[in-house]
Design a protein around this ligand. Structure first.
Ligand SMILES: [Zn+2]
Length: 162
């Protein structure tokens, strides 16, 4: 995992960028309507991302330092660019945003090697899962059904909240 640059952290998709003119608004609405009909679209991928993150963060504390008082984020153990494992609950770990996720000493993004050593010691089963799935790939010609993933994750979240 390469550390994210600030520009990458701040990059927004064309859908989340706020449209300014009426023409831009209309174009955005059209894109959105088209994507809603396509279960493989970025629209559904982002919807699944959001619910995946909520499910992962539902534990309510940082898995590494144990804090409950800081902002929590969901970290992908296998990089999220891998669409096979992107929305798998096993691939998510709840970390405090600054110290353990992105910037602190031994945090997941600033020092992935140290972080891996920690994961192996603290959560060996999870580390084993990561090692088993890190090279998973979609079969040729198959695209992930993000809408289905969104629905499955929403059901999990509902159960957690209910
Ligand atoms: Zn932490």
């Amino acid at each position: 995992m390469t550390p994210l640059k600030r520009t990458q952290l701040q990059r927004k998709s064309t859908l989340s960028r706020t449209p300014k003119t009426a023409k831009q608004k209309a174009a955005r609405a059209k894109r959105l309507a088209k994507q809603k009909l396509d279960c493989h679209s970025p629209y559904w991928c982002k919807k699944a991302d959001a619910v995946w993150s909520k499910v992962v963060r539902s534990v309510g504390r940082c898995a590494k330092c144990g804090t409950t008082s800081k902002q929590l984020q969901a970290h992908h153990l296998i990089r999220r660019q891998n669409v096979v494992t992107r929305h798998d609950i096993n691939n998510g770990i709840c970390l405090c945003a600054y110290d353990c996720h992105k910037f602190g000493e031994g945090s997941a993004h600033s020092n992935p090697v140290v972080f891996s050593v920690w994961l192996n010691e603290a959560l060996p089963e999870r580390w084993m899962w990561v090692r088993m799935h890190r090279f998973d790939a979609m079969p040729a010609g198959i695209k992930p059904d993000y809408k289905q993933r969104f629905e499955d994750l929403s059901a999990i979240l509902k159960e957690l909240e209910g």
